[in-house]
Every structure is written in structure tokens, then in C-alpha cells.
Design a binder for this molecule. Sequence first.
Ligand code: ATP
Length: 213
Amino acid sequence: MRPLNRKEQSMYDLIAWDCLDEQTIVFKNPNEGRPTTPYTFDRVFAPACSTQKVYDEGAKDVALSALSGINATIFAYGQTSSGKTFTMRGITENAIRDIYDYIKNTSDRDFVFRISALEIYKETVIDLLNRESGPLRLLDDPEKGTIVEKLNEEVAKDCQHLRHSIGICKAHRQVGETTLNDKSSRSHQIIRLTVESFLRESPDHVKSYIASL
Ligand SMILES: Nc1ncnc2c1ncn2[C@@H]1O[C@H](COP(=O)(O)OP(=O)(O)OP(=O)(O)O)[C@@H](O)[C@H]1O
């Protein structure tokens, strides 16, 4: 649950749900006489929870599992203005920090990161790292599944470079207004990070491959 934003506070809105515990929320029924139904989740984060806590307890393990070769996805789903963009930004920043801390502490391996980012807006797929490329086509590949033709994939040279690329995606996203959110994303965004890692003592052809990136 997110706290009320400035606009909602200025309109004296009220939070409609109570967190009973870390798994349960219940609708605050204005008609006290009628019982309300509790809804149970794996984990509920109350409005005062920091994004750091949401990341630590809800996303960190998934983000770091990618470093051990497991495909991992973190996604936010919900109605307009529920806090998806806000939360995903915090999660992405925390994940980048932890990934680069992991690299620093893994001295026997070299890592290569590639980033790609797309936006789906009104049925059109756009490359967020190269908006000028125009709408991209989706193709069905019998082995790889759905692929996005000509989607740019950049090698992230270091942490700053990765943050810079994510900043470009943020700047390139469509923003509009909905009745509930002045800065609604009005679109879906997918950021993909691909990780390759090699033992430092790799054969020469692997070292020259890394150097060529
Ligand atoms: N955890 C939070 N703490 C404080 N403010 C928040 C939090 N989550 C969201 N907000 C604020 O609530 C508003 C709506 O959030 P956000 O834009 O992230 O929603 P959204 O789900 O991405 O909406 P849309 O689908 O319309 O793009 C913004 O003003 C944002 O700053």
C-alpha cells in the first residue's frame, strides 16, 4: 500500500484499507455494522514501509538470483496511480547497487552486462534506448519464443553507464494524465538485463571476446 500523495492529502482523501498484519488487509468499512472481508497475500507492506524494505523482503533474492544463472523477473501490476513506477524505480536502483557490490566481492570472475529496454504504448513497441528507430516488430521464433526485431542491446561498461541507460529510459517514456495520476506512465515498460560471467583464468579466446565488447 502506498501513502496518500500530496494531491490526495489536499483533497482530504482517506486511506481505504487497513493492514491487519504482514499478510492481511481489510477494507475500512464506513458502515461499521457490516463485517468486511479480509484479503490475504504472501506479504503486505504498509504505507509507512520504505521501498528499501519492499526491495529487501520482496525482490532482492529474485534480483540476485540472476547472478547465479537463473532467469528472474520482477514486475509490478496494478491500477493507475497505485505506485508501480515509484516502487520499480526504487527496486531497480537497489538491485543495481547490490549487483555491483556482488561483482566487487567476486574477484575470480569477470562480468558482462547488457541492457535493453522497450515500451509498449497503445499496441506499439518502441526501443527506449533508441526512440528514433520507430515501431518495432514482434516475431515468433520457434526456439526463442517471441522476439523483438532490431531491439538495441547495449553493453553496460560499469555501474554509472547502467544507471545512465536507465535514466534515458525514464526520460523517453510516454507520460500522460489520468484522473488518478498527473504523471501516469500510460504504458508498459520492460527493462532486460543480461548477465554473462567468465572465470578470470579463462582461455585467451574468451579474454579477447570480452575485450572486443
Ligand atoms: N511508496 C510510496 N511512497 C510515497 N509516494 C508514493 C509511493 N508510491 C507511489 N507514490 C506516489 O503516488 C503517485 C502515483 O504513483 P506512480 O506514478 O508510481 O503510480 P503508477 O502505478 O505507476 O501509475 P500509472 O499506471 O498511472 O503510471 C505518485 O505521485 C508517486 O510519487
